[in-house]
Design a protein around this ligand. Sequence first.
Ligand code: SAM
Ligand code: SF4
Ligand code: SF4
Length: 347
Amino acid sequence: MTTLEPDPAWSDTRGRALRDLRISITDRCNFRCVYCMPKEIFGQDFVFRDRSELLSFEEIERLARIVVARGVTKLRITGGEPLLRRGVEDLISRLAALRTPEGEPVDLAMTTNGSALAVKAAALKEAGLNRVTVSLDSLREERFKAINDVNFPVARVLTAIDAAERAGLGPVKINTVLKRGVNDDEILELAEHFRGTGHILRFIEFMDVGATNGWKLDEVVPSAEVVERISARYPLEPMAAAQPGETAKRWRYVDGSGEIGVISSVTGAFCGSCTRARVSAEGQLYTCLFAAEGTDLRAMLRSGADDEYIASALTAVWSARDDNYSEIRAALAPGNRRRIEMSYIGG
Ligand code: SAM
Ligand code: SF4
Ligand code: SF4
């Protein structure tokens, strides 16, 4: 295998480097969250990708090795539901063995709905996973079941969060997507629940990804409102970003009982510092969450192309990148673009 030199010129048209790769490893999910995989579309008849269409672990490892040699330092495994992919621990151990040109391991994280995490947390840690983010939109049993739309009990996700922390996958981040009139009355309840636990609760503005979730701007709960509502009860103060390109704005409780984050994808675009690319389960590369077109990496990986060839193709795609969807969202006519679904690209 060729040794690749890190490429300092690997930046896009706005000078943004590629640092963070999100890899979806399955398009399947055992939940049918109403805003992500609504049953009307992802029902019994929906045809998911065949196993042979998905990148194999060898292919993912190779791709990851190529980008890590070029400056990527963070890998996040997502889906669909990543824990549904058989042998996921094997993939984690392959990725955990990668080293940056400086000889450092990569920061290896996973986003999961938590449904299978309680049983898998220890094995994932053992395999080399560093951190986990668990999605949780409500603490109220009936509401949680209505959102996941498969009757999955919230207690099992809460147990999984604690199991992940105990297994050493913490601090566990909890991602809550807020939707006006659906769960915005739980902001304080959620904050209270996770205050003082060491877990980091993050509120995400509901985004207009995909074409199936019926997004409307008035359903977005602005992050400023979230901070204001929590701070009125438990005073918060802003924290500096831990790393450049961080999507969440961090706030800590003045009384020392931990921190929260807010991800203002709608009201506070962070395209200027977006160093992230995404690979779908079947190997399409997307340079923006709102991209309409991808680049077929699987075809390259399966064509006999060597690492140098794939790296130059990636350089060509990344250096032409000018994505800034969130900055221009307001100026775009609604529905003017075909967009890929969140369950396909992985968030
Ligand atoms: N199944 C895993 C999970 O739920 O964590 C990983 C994939 S899921 C697509 C990744 C994240 O995207 C979840 O936290 C989910 O809440 C979030 N998400 C899905 N649709 C969204 C939307 N329209 N706006 C904001 N976040 C969304
Ligand atoms: Fe599945 Fe995650 Fe989408 Fe919910 S948000 S349907 S858990 S992929
Ligand atoms: Fe990055 Fe695209 Fe989101 Fe902007 S809209 S922050 S470019 S993923």
